[in-house]
Design a protein around this ligand. Structure first.
Ligand SMILES: [Zn+2]
Length: 77
């Protein structure tokens, strides 16, 4: 008589947790993650995503970061 009470087995929504990027691929002078396809650039959002790992798109701040990034298309470098 074991009542199985799983904590969060009902997955109607995926939850963010840290999963490091990798394996890393280098192509065209860029480093990108083979697992999630994230390209490591030197802009704020990319670095944020690099820091948050492969599941960065599940992170609560993700939409905010993307919005921020999408705001300005032009490059100022
Ligand atoms: Zn990744």
């Amino acid at each position: 008589m074991s009542k199985h009470q799983s904590s969060n087995q009902s997955s109607d929504k995926e939850v963010y947790f840290y999963q490091a990027h990798g394996p890393m691929i280098t192509s065209g002078g860029k480093n990108w993650c083979f697992s999630c396809g994230h390209v490591m650039l030197s802009n704020t959002v990319s670095r944020w995503a690099t820091d948050k790992g492969c599941l960065n798109d599940l992170h609560p701040s993700y939409s905010r970061m993307v919005k921020k990034a999408g705001g300005r298309r032009g490059n100022n470098s």
